[in-house]
Design a protein around this ligand. Structure first.
Ligand SMILES: Cc1cc2nc3c(=O)[nH]c(=O)nc-3n(C[C@H](O)[C@H](O)[C@H](O)COP(=O)(O)O)c2cc1C
Length: 184
């Protein structure tokens, strides 16, 4: 027996994306976004409220970075989703995140988060979603093994929208484009 819950924004797994931008005065801002994903092979789409500082920054500076929040920085990631730079200009100092300028786009990278997409602002959809082009992906060496991202070293978290919780990804369950061959 299944129970109906109606139309709700429940989706699994939802990412915990930390979008970082520069403010008008050159200081950094960051926010937490769960509603975002790939748009095509070199583009991302973000569903951002137009009244966030981040949204204005993206349009004004034409760039942003997306870092995947990890388990080690759950508190920091949640904090930047609770407080707006419009209400507290000490937000970044309090967040515990430190930034450095991306070499590829006019946006900050968060030093504590090892995997980031560096994007330029491409366009806005008719209903206001932000489309960005992935210019570069940078990964801190400490989460690489033999030049590949190693998920035993990097622990991205996911947002559970039903229970309002963050969770890590679990164990490997199979090999993509391969495990299914058993049933052919
Ligand atoms: C778990 C979580 C997910 C969020 N997802 C989104 C989202 O997808 N889109 C959005 O516009 N805001 C989202 N927010 C809210 C923003 O992160 C929040 O309003 C933030 O303070 C905006 O900061 P800014 O004004 O400094 O840019 C989310 C917050 C949390 C805690």
């Amino acid at each position: 027996m299944r129970k109906d819950f109606g139309s709700r924004p429940w989706f699994y797994p939802l990412p915990v994306l930390i979008i970082a931008t520069y403010n008008e005065d050159g200081t950094a801002d960051a926010m937490n976004a769960a509603w975002g994903g790939l748009y095509n092979s070199d583009k991302v789409i973000l569903c951002l409220s137009s009244n966030h500082r981040t949204t204005r920054n993206i349009k004004e500076r034409g760039a942003f970075t997306i870092s995947f929040a990890d388990a080690e920085h759950t508190v920091n990631a949640d904090y930047v989703g609770l407080v707006s730079m419009d209400h507290d200009n000490e937000k970044m100092k309090k967040s515990g995140f430190n930034t450095e300028k991306s070499k590829h786009v006019d946006a900050p990278l968060i030093r504590e988060l090892p995997v980031a997409l560096e994007c330029t602002y491409e366009d806005e959809t008719d209903n206001g979603n932000i489309i960005g082009r992935i210019v570069n992906i940078s990964i801190d060496e400490h989460v690489l093994t033999d030049e590949r991202l190693d998920l035993s070293l990097f622990h991205p978290i996911s947002f559970d929208p039903v229970n309002n919780e963050y969770r890590t990804m679990g164990e490997k369950t199979g090999s993509a484009f391969s495990s299914g061959n058993k049933l052919k």
